[in-house]
Ligand binder design. Structure first.
Ligand code: ZN
Length: 488
């Protein structure tokens, strides 16, 4: 008898899995039809989503309600659709600089609005009611910063409820008494799946609701849906999923919403190779969240074993943008072998709608337990300082006559310009622009320094690192974005 039951379980699970894969594949392949193209970069603002919300107000399929306002008075809106008994509540961007899922929510809304996938949508909307609260922290989004205008982290305000954004989230959760909650965030791109060089493109957590980290039905349902979504992400980003530490945080919304009886799924969008604006990750959000909504509506997540939840590797934070391995560094006459870990930070422009990059040495020494999005084995190469190109240029327009690869190969990493631009305009040429009176600082490889140097072997310069970007001078290939301007 036991064997028969086992066989039955296997059969049911297999059928559920193949159905799931079929719709997931279709969602992935047809994504471009539903993508909300007006949202295409991470610094989107409240006005950008308000334009879409205004359109939805005249669409009979959706109920659009103002449910609150931010400290600075920006509307918080709940968009609902469906008639089913299972309430699913999704909120995004409580941290202002975490927009990936906000974009995915509008893709999902486009999907729900369309006439395609009608059988699947009937299943979803007759069994469940979906409620979206995109961009919970619009004031933070305006500044592209994590915190709200009170200067607090909304995700530590679930108990004290001082911010109107927090009060709105709590009130909406309570009024819906949602069965499932999707708590949608972005995380650092430097997270990796533990002990691998794979970025944690998506990380999950079914938050604990007490210090004992007990697992009741509410939490276990969240774990099951996470296992379901993990299987989807593994197909498109193999190995690139992490599991968040489940220590209980009594002040956080995820932990409390789990405690208040809503099965809560935390999704963190991390990094993906060559996807700075996270548009591939956004697509993975769309596919996996929509598939999860489908499985919730059909209730076939219930067969999933929570043992598989613990098989997801833990999140770690051991990635750099660039790792240089085993380079020779001559200091005070002696050679040393070191690794370098380099990251490239984003500095916002004044209106926070764009940014430029500034590289920084994050760590140096034995970095054998760390990984890089890009890794260079620099064994046998020596770090050398770049020089100032002796010819002075009048304006940045004169840069168009320069063969930069030749200059870098000849050992130059700085170029003098008489009329430097007034602001730190992005310089798309791989040499720092300096004022004619600027003196380059003493060459030091230290944590915090801007990584600008050349890599030389047998008196040949083969690589340059400018503002943290690696340039291969033989193949003339790189992911270079911008150098810096140094005034007097
Ligand atoms: Zn967050």
């Amino acid at each position: 008898m036991k064997h028969v039951i086992m066989l039955l379980v296997v059969l049911i699970t297999t059928t559920a899995t193949s159905q799931k894969n079929e719709i997931t594949t279709k969602l992935y392949e047809t994504y471009e039809r539903f993508k909300e193209t007006s949202l295409d970069n991470r610094r989107e603002k409240h006005k950008d989503i308000q334009a879409l919300i205004t359109e939805l107000k005249s669409n009979a399929k959706f109920t659009v309600q103002k449910v609150g306002a931010s400290i600075e008075g920006r509307d918080l809106t709940l968009i609902s659709i469906g008639t089913g008994k299972t309430n699913v509540f999704l909120w995004s961007q409580m941290h202002g600089d975490e927009p990936t899922a906000t974009q995915a929510i509008f893709d999902i809304i486009n999907f729900l609005e369309s006439d395609e996938f009608s059988a699947e949508k009937k299943e979803i909307l007759s069994n469940s009611t979906l409620h979206f609260l995109p961009m919970l922290n619009p004031d933070g989004a305006e500044q592209f910063k994590r915190r709200n205008t009170l200067g607090i982290d909304i995700n530590r305000d679930a108990l004290r409820l001082q911010s109107p954004e927090s009060q709105t989230l709590k009130r909406v959760r309570d009024s819906l008494n949602a069965d499932f909650g999707f708590n949608l965030h972005d995380q650092s791109v430097y997270y990796n799946a533990e002990r691998t060089d794979k970025p944690a493109t998506i990380s999950y957590l079914a938050p604990a609701y007490n210090y004992e980290k007990d697992i009741n039905d509410v939490r276990s349902n969240a774990m099951k849906v996470i296992v379901f979504m993990n299987n989807i992400i593994q197909k498109y980003a193999p190995g690139q999923v992490g599991r968040y530490n489940d220590d209980f945080e009594p002040r956080a919304f995820g932990d409390n919403i789990q405690k208040w009886g809503t099965s809560t799924i935390l999704i963190e969008s991390g990094g993906f190779q060559n996807d700075t604006e996270k548009q591939e990750i956004r697509k993975l959000n769309y596919v996996s969240i929509l598939s999860a909504i489908y499985t919730i509506a059909k209730e076939n997540y219930k067969n999933i074993s929570i043992d598989d939840y613990w098989q997801i590797p833990e999140n770690d934070r051991k990635l750099f943008d660039l790792k240089i391995k085993g380079v020779t560094y001559n200091l005070l006459g002696n050679d040393y072998i070191i690794d370098l870990g380099i990251n490239i930070a984003e500095l916002n422009n004044d209106d926070k709608s764009d940014y430029y990059n500034v590289g920084r040495i994050m760590d140096q020494g034995d970095l054998s337990t760390y990984y890089g999005y890009e890794t260079l084995d620099a064994t046998g190469f020596t770090l050398t300082q770049g020089k100032i190109y002796p010819k002075k240029l009048k304006t940045i327009d004169d840069l168009s006559d320069i063969n930069f690869y030749n200059l870098l190969k000849s050992g130059y990493t700085y170029i003098q310009i008489e009329a430097l631009p007034e602001y730190k305009k992005e310089i798309a040429v791989p040499l720092h622009l300096i004022h004619t009176n600027y003196e380059i600082p003493e060459f030091k490889i230290v944590v915090g320094a801007n990584p600008t140097f050349l890599l030389q072997k047998n008196n040949q310069i083969e690589y340059a690192v400018i503002n943290g970007f690696l340039l291969n001078l033989s193949t003339k290939s790189s992911n270079f974005k911008n150098a810096l301007i140094y005034k007097k």
